[in-house]
Unconditional design. Structure first.
Length: 121
């Protein structure tokens, strides 16, 4: 897909690197995901690899973790998927909470610019 990354492992606690890596718990229900990739196409600060990140996560979830593609909400600014606007991202979370049941596994992946906000709660 155009970008290669050398795998790295770091941890604040001891990890047995000989044990198989399990990222997604088994769960007793459905596996659901929200995958967001925002390159900010045509904007100041445009990124180049966020669609690639999102596509790699999709491939991993489907091929390695057995997620059903129909249970994955994809938001990307690539002209092929739902636009990752604030409203659409918030709606994706609302939909995920409406459809998910106890025992389901929910995976959320975001690739794009980040920022900080003051906690006003």
């Amino acid at each position: 897909m155009g970008y290669e990354q050398l795998p790295q492992l770091s941890s604040s606690r001891w990890i047995d690197v000989n044990r198989p890596l399990t990222i997604v718990p088994k769960g007793s229900g459905r596996r659901r995901a929200i995958v967001v990739g925002i390159n900010y196409v045509g904007q100041k600060g445009e990124l180049k690899a966020c669609h690639n990140d999102a596509n790699n996560v999709l491939k991993y979830l489907i091929e390695a973790q057995g997620f059903d593609p129909s249970q994955i909400l994809i938001l990307m600014d690539d002209g092929k998927h739902t636009e990752p606007t604030r409203r659409n991202i918030e709606d994706a979370f609302v939909r995920m909470t409406q459809y998910s049941q106890p025992g389901d596994v929910v995976w959320v992946s975001f690739s794009g610019h980040g920022g900080r906000a003051v906690d006003i709660s």
